[in-house]
Every structure is written in C-alpha cells, then in structure tokens.
Design a protein around this ligand. Sequence first.
Ligand SMILES: [Zn+2]
Ligand SMILES: [Zn+2]
Length: 364
Amino acid sequence: LPGPEWVAVRVRLAGICGSDLHLVHQDVSPSASVYASFPFVVGHENVGAVAAAGPAAGVAPGQRVVVEPLLPCLPRGFDAPCPACRRGDYNLCERFAEGRLPAGFGQGFCRDVGGAWGEVMVAHRSQLVPVPDALPDEHAVFAEPLACAVHAVLRHVPDAAGTVLVIGAGAMGLATVAALRALRPAARIVAVARYPHQAALAAHLGAHQVLTSRGRALYDQVAGLVGARVLQPLLGRPLLTGGADVTLECAGTGRALDDALRLTRAGGAVVCVGIAFAPRGVDWTPLYLREVRVVGTSYYAAERVGARTVRAIELAVELLAAGRVDLRPLVTHRFPLRHVASALATALDKRGRRAVKVLLEPAG
Ligand SMILES: [Zn+2]
Ligand SMILES: [Zn+2]
C-alpha cells in the first residue's frame, strides 16, 4: 500500500463502459494520454470489498465499497488543493499528472493502482464509498456510471427544464434517463433509441416519450412533441426552430451530435456525455445561427442538490439503495474475468446480442 491511508480492494464485480470499448479498440484521442500512465489495468466501474487496510484508512477489511476512480490532489498527497479541488470540482483537478502517483485520472488509467478489470485495486480512503448491506453487487456496480449521469444532469439540466432530449439509449443514455427521472421530476424526458430493446428499457426507466425513428421522421416527431417547426435548408438535414431545452448526447457519434445541435432550441444546451473525440459530419452552424451551447462532462465531483453538497457517487449509491434508481435491467451479460475477450466482443454487439451492460466477475 502506498501509505497508511490506503487500502487494497478485492474487486467483486466490474462493468464495461463505452469508454473502455473505445480504449481497447484504440479509438481514443492521443491527447487523453496525458492523464494515463502505462501499463495500466483497464476498468473503472466497480464494486468490491476491502481486503487489507492501512492503519489510517478508517475502514475495516470486509467492508464492501465502491471505489470512486479519481485520483485528484488529496490522494496525490498535496496538502493545499488546487483551485478546482478547493471548489469541489475535483474531476477537473489540475494535478492528475503530478504528485506521489503516476499520471492518471484514477483506477483504470493509472499504473500503480490497478483497475476494475483486475482482481485487486489500490485506493485511498477518500475514494471509498461504503455499500449498504442491503444493496447487492449487481445493483451497486452501477454507482459509477450512474454518478456520471447524476453529474451531467445536476450540472447542466436546470430544475425547471422543460423538454430534455436524450440521444442514445445504451447504458449511458439509459442511466441518464434514470437520473433525470430521479433528480429533475418536472422535466419531460424524450429518449431517442436505436434498437427496440433499448427503447423498451428507456420507457421502463421513465422516459415520457421514446423515439426510434431516424432522419426526417425523427425531426418531425421531436418538433411535434415540443411544438417546434421543422425548417428544411437548401441542402442537408433539417433544423428545428424551437426544440429541446437541453439535449444530452449519449451516443458518442458525429451523427448523434449533429442531430443534437439541430434538435435543440435557440439558446439551449447540448451536453456531450458520449465520447466522440473527432466526430465527423458535425455542422456547427446552430452555434452561430442560434447560440446553442455545447458543454462537456467528465466523471463527477461534489454536487449541490438543493442546500446539500454531496459527491455524485455517494448520491448514486443513495439513489440505488433507496430503490429510486434500479439499473439492473440493463445487465444483459456476465462473464468471468478470464473470458474478457468474449465479454468485449459481446459488449460491442448491441444489435445482434442486444448487449447493454456487460459485467465481469473476477472470481468467476
Ligand atoms: Zn465510464
Ligand atoms: Zn486538484
């Protein structure tokens, strides 16, 4: 262990994130390598149990935990936090490449701490979120991806949001629908799904409308729902006048991002939750024509919920434990860790094998 405040966590269950699939297929921007150190163990969606604890870790072996896979100033040993960490925005820490640990956002990108697709991770006490006994592993393993959705929603979807469009109904889009339903009850949620099994899950998780159309039909349907008009340019795809107040782009494709920009009202926001590091075919004209704002999201941090400040990942565990969010229906496959190659091939096959969330079991 790196110090007295550190623990070893034996992984009980791990998830495959869309970003992991990009990573193993080398569909990742080289720019991201500044926050990684090689070789590292992939995987950040996790639930585990403390296997060994340093004397100042404040936790006993056996405790089930979710590890928040971020290594900002505090675990890196800086007594004085950087400005971002001081604000509670530790996902934006300025020292992910400095301090007593090698570069890396956290578990899954950092050489010395392991990752969720291994058997053991090393974590600082500040990263541990206890899992209530009543919350089973296959429920708790969603805390990490749900935290991403919680952060995106709390930071970028106003309380009084009217219509919120969620494009993409893979695991991230579905977690976003669930987070919206739990945290922004006044919003009307319109989800855009590609496949019927995704559409069924989006409806189950609380989307008010689920659309599976593409092209002009999609524009007509969204326009009908929000009372917008479809304008047809001389060439290319349509543009709505009026449109969604906020669009969360969760598919991570150029096509989805382009649709998001065109389906959002003037002055509205497009939140990039999916990862499309060099999207093709995106026309940015809605930014100039209608002041559509585009914002990014990365992990999660300390969030304000009413008068309360709480870490998104703690709030995610609370939502799961209280039964306000249940993402277990997303689990389509479980593989023993030694079959990780099959697990990855399955996770990519969203159409044929209807994969949504694929889990890895180290002990399997
Ligand atoms: Zn992820
Ligand atoms: Zn920092």
